[in-house]
Write a protein that binds this ligand. Structure first.
Ligand SMILES: Cc1cc2nc3c(=O)[nH]c(=O)nc-3n(C[C@H](O)[C@H](O)[C@H](O)COP(=O)(O)OP(=O)(O)OC[C@H]3O[C@@H](n4cnc5c(N)ncnc54)[C@H](O)[C@@H]3O)c2cc1C
Length: 385
């Protein structure tokens, strides 16, 4: 038997995307229910952990840089509302790589969007960051001065608290098990039955399973990401006061390596590979990912000699990748009142305030101002639907 109330919007999944979506819908005056399968907080999805990089630099994908202008403002607003420090501005050091013109594209995009940045040639790069070791000829680096990192877990709790504060209902430890489409959608959980005019699916790594049940084939791949923390040999060398967030494209084979300076845990630098083994989110820790640690060890020994050459702490998280690493922000092809936010491909956290606003607008009959052409579902499934 369904609850009597028909919600304007039910959002499934209280990760950072779903939480921001529910917040925007509630802020727009809609009756909103946010459902989460696990008791909160949990570390089984993609939004947990200490930090996430925030940056404007996006190589040639200028549409994300544009979205970031708004996202930075929204993160600052959440800091004010929650009276919590959520963002540390350290700059982002984009390290060059032989044969890759990512730095030129990044500099061009930052300049066009009026984001402050610095260009360092090989010599300046080594002089400014003597704790790093890269051979000349990589093309130096670009520093995106707007960048830094978000305190992820704290930010997730902050937006959920704001959502509740404005009257939003959040039910955790309650799994959505069935969606019965219709003009009024019915959502069955393992606890009860709810009704809504619109449902927004923000189920992170579970998107492929949920969408398959709804007849939508999406080429999403979930990957287990090993989050590795490395100890400084001399405390203070990589302090966030003097060392920025960094990344290098094609650092290990075709994969990017990124890092966050010491702050999350004293004396520990986070250095990770932007790639990992494919995994079912319900069996995350059954895959062998030791090769990731070994590949990173080689990288750290070669390029970060100020760190002990083995990770002292490792944690796990899941990416949900699309083939082009662009998000999916669209509607179900047959039922327009089922909105889908998926495939955040390891870079969705920083953009969640804007993505949540987009999904909330789609759920409430408004047209997002952003260019939505990059985020269509049918770029993968046209021929099959
Ligand atoms: C190691 C790592 C590093 C990252 N680094 C960065 C970074 O530096 N910068 C950046 O911007 N992004 C980064 N990302 C990506 C970013 O964290 C993700 O894109 C973002 O967290 C995705 O959020 P989400 O809400 O889509 O997914 P999730 O956080 O996984 O949320 C989905 C939620 O849906 C719930 N759910 C699923 N099925 C159901 C159901 N049937 N019923 C109820 N609830 C359900 C899940 O339990 C989960 O809580 C990183 C990700 C990882 C893993």
């Amino acid at each position: 038997m369904a609850e009597g109330i028909v919600y304007d919007v039910i959002v499934v999944g209280a990760g950072i995307v779903g939480s921001y979506t529910a917040y925007h819908a509630r802020k727009a005056g809609k009756t909103t229910l946010l459902l989460e399968q696990f008791p909160l907080p949990h570390n089984r999805g993609s939004s947990h952990g200490q930090s996430r990089t925030i940056r404007s630099a996006y190589g040639a994908q200028e549409y994300y840089t544009k979205m970031m202008n708004k996202a930075f403002r929204m993160w600052k607003e959440l800091e004010e509302q929650s009276n919590k420090k959520l963002l540390r501005q350290t700059g982002l050091l984009c390290i060059g790589q032989k044969g890759v013109n990512y730095l030129d594209e990044t500099a061009k995009c930052l300049q066009k969007n009026k984001t402050p940045f610095r260009r360092l040639d090989d010599e300046n790069f080594q002089a400014t960051y003597p704790m790093l070791s890269f051979s000349p000829g990589i093309g130096g680096a670009v520093v995106d001065c707007s960048a830094g990192f978000l305190l992820a877990g704290r930010a997730l709790t902050a937006i959920q608290n704001q959502y509740r504060k404005i009257g939003g209902l959040l039910k955790d430890g309650e799994k959505m098990v069935e969606i019965i489409p219709g003009e009024v959608i019915r959502v069955r959980t393992d606890v009860g039955l709810y009704q809504a005019k619109t449902i927004v699916l923000c189920v992170g790594p579970w998107a492929k399973k949920v969408l398959t049940k709804l007849g939508v084939a999406v080429p999403l791949q979930t990957q287990k990401i090993k989050v590795c923390y490395w100890k400084e040999k001399i405390p203070g060398t990589f302090s966030s006061r003097q060392f920025p967030v960094f990344s290098q494209v094609n650092a290990i084979g075709p994969y990017l390596v990124y890092g966050v300076p010491c702050e999350e845990y004293p004396d520990l630098v986070k250095v990770c590979l932007h790639y990992g083994p494919a995994v079912d989110p319900d069996y995350r820790d059954t895959v062998d990912d030791n090769w990731v640690k070994e590949a990173l060890q080689k990288y750290v020994i070669e390029h970060l000699p100020g760190l002990e050459p083995y990770p002292v702490i490792t944690e796990s998280c899941i990416y949900t990748n699309t083939p082009d690493e662009d998000f999916i922000l669209d509607r179900h092809p047959s039922w327009g009142n089922i909105v889908i936010g998926a495939g955040f491909s390891g870079h969705g956290f920083k953009l969640a305030p804007v993505v949540g606003e987009i999904l909330s607008k789609m759920a409430t009959g408004l047209i997002p101002e952003e260019d939505m052409s990059y985020f269509k579902l049918n770029r993968f499934t046209k021929s099959r639907l």
